[in-house]
Design a protein around this ligand. Structure first.
Ligand code: GDP
Ligand code: IMO
Ligand code: MG
Length: 439
């Protein structure tokens, strides 16, 4: 029997999704991206060689794997072409294996301009977006004025639609944000040129997926961002503009609810967040001034916690079971992949947040508003560290006892099995305890 597996981030992104997708695509024929855009930064390390993917599914380094971009993804053609070129320079031929849905909303130059202008205007309360135009592109989709990949197939109609949309956005850019408008002819010319690369990749992705299912082939759905950045369920408004939870695999690709067999929730052994917004277990450390919490500094340094897309310092903190448990529910997580355990190797003691203290009360569910979230004080349990290297460990039994205890504790608190354990960035620094594609 074939299986369809969804991989999602259970925290605020950067849990190590890319590494795990690449690892387990040895058993699939297709990898599908279903939401987000090039705000994602998924890092793959194979025999020490690093590749960072933003838009192209993390199956691309395996020659036999087909990569599909579903209609839930907002597509920047310039970002895609750049990524294809970079892959080609490192010897990876991606063009023939990448297929794109005609339903993908296009990220246009005015979306990028709007994203940046909005963040600037927000000032101190900025969301800290990637500046890639993700939010404004999704807004246009929902407003039903967006241009889609399929529109590229008819240049005349495209030109007409673009004129109308640009009139609207240029009005906002000049009259509301006070910045220069974008030139229609220049944008049109640029887009039509980029379209020459993209048009040959357009296929009915939904049909392709269902064909694979009919042919008994395994498919992997690759989430981007993390559950706490979900537009509906995340720490609104400090979120991204798409649904990042597992249900988006269905709506963003055209597969059916009953076609999903397993959801792998990627959990980093601690927590990180890049950009603004509440983060109860944060261990505040500022790299610019080298001031703040020593453990926060250690996690960021040893874990190389810098954004794979923007290069920004990622905020670091302890594992937070309050948000994680919510996340497991939101995503119907079947099993956990615990990553970056090795980053905790040098700690004498490790904390896990099991509740929040909020307005004088102890709560075990995340608050609704970002304001309350910001007031939540973590209640911790403390575990003894192991002070030994776990990098690339080859069996569960050879892990130090304290590391085994930490893992078992997470399983107990989650009421879920840890099916994969990652103890290093490299593809082979992983212990598969229960392969999601096995029967
Ligand atoms: P993604 O967005 O979820 O794919 O994650 P990112 O690639 O943005 O960030 C994860 C980072 O951690 C990357 O630099 C990975 O190479 C690295 N990484 C992944 N798993 C491990 C691990 O188990 N241990 C260590 N030390 N690094 C890891
Ligand atoms: P991966 O897939 C971490 C964050 C941004 C910002 C917020 C909104 O690599 O885990 P956006 O540009 O999406 O409008 O920004 O979301 N963000 C991510 N943080 N990992 C990501 O992707 C992210 N994609 C967006 O930092 O706080
Ligand atoms: Mg990332």
């Amino acid at each position: 029997m074939s299986k369809n597996v969804v991989i999602i981030g259970t925290q605020w992104g950067d849990e190590g999704k890319g590494k795990v997708v690449d690892l387990i695509t040895d058993k699939v024929s297709s990898v599908v991206r279903f939401q987000g855009g090039h705000n994602a930064g998924h890092t793959l390390v194979i025999d020490g060689n690093k590749t960072v993917l933003h838009l192209i599914p993390s199956g691309i380094l395996r020659k036999e794997v087909e990569c599909l971009i579903g209609h839930g993804v907002v597509l920047s053609m310039s970002a895609l072409i750049k990524e294809l070129r970079e892959l080609s320079i490192s010897g990876v031929e991606a063009y023939s294996r990448l297929k794109i849905s005609p339903g993908c909303p296009l990220i246009m130059p005015y979306h990028v301009a709007l994203d940046k202008a909005r963040e600037l205007k927000r000032g101190k309360v900025a969301i800290g977006t990637t500046g890639n135009g993700i939010g404004p592109a999704y807004e246009d989709k929902v407003a039903r004025r967006g241009l889609r990949v399929g529109d590229l197939l008819n240049a005349d109609i495209f030109a007409e639609k673009l004129k109308e949309v640009m009139e609207y956005h240029n009005f906002v850019l000049t009259n509301y944000y006070g910045i220069e408008e974008l030139n229609y002819n220049k944008v049109l010319e640029e887009i039509l040129e980029q379209a020459q690369t993209v048009i040959p990749m357009i296929i009915d992705v939904t049909q392709q997926i269902h064909q694979h299912i009919a042919n008994n082939k395994n498919i992997l759905f690759e989430g981007a961002q993390g559950a706490l950045l979900d537009i509906d369920q995340g720490t609104y408004p400090f979120v991204t503009s798409s649904n990042t939870t597992s249900g988006a695999a269905v709506t963003g690709s055209g597969v059916g609810v009953r076609n999903i067999d397993y959801v792998l929730g990627i959990v980093k052994s601690y927590t990180t967040r890049v950009g603004g917004g509440p983060f109860p277990t944060e261990l505040v450390y500022d790299i610019k001034t080298d001031k703040g919490d020593a453990t926060g500094k250690m996690l960021g340094t040893i874990g190389h916690e810098f954004g794979a897309t923007t290069g920004r310092q990622r905020r670091c903190g302890w594992l937070d079971m309050v948000t994680l448990k919510r996340s497991f529910n939101l995503n119907s997580v079947t099993g956990i992949c615990l990553t970056k355990l090795d980053v905790l190797d040098s700690l004498d003691s490790i904390k896990i947040c099991v509740a929040y203290e909020l307005n004088g009360k102890e709560v075990i569910t995340p608050p609704y508003s970002a304001q309350d979230y910001a007031k939540a004080k973590p209640v911790y349990i403390e575990m003894t560290g192991w002070n030994t290297s776990t990098i690339g460990i080859e069996s569960f039994d050879s892990l130090p006892q304290q590391a085994q205890d930490y893992i078992r504790k997470i399983e107990e608190l989650s009421n879920l099995p840890i099916d994969i354990l990652s103890t290093g960035p490299d593809r082979n620094e992983t212990l598969i305890l229960n392969h999601p594609f096995d029967e």
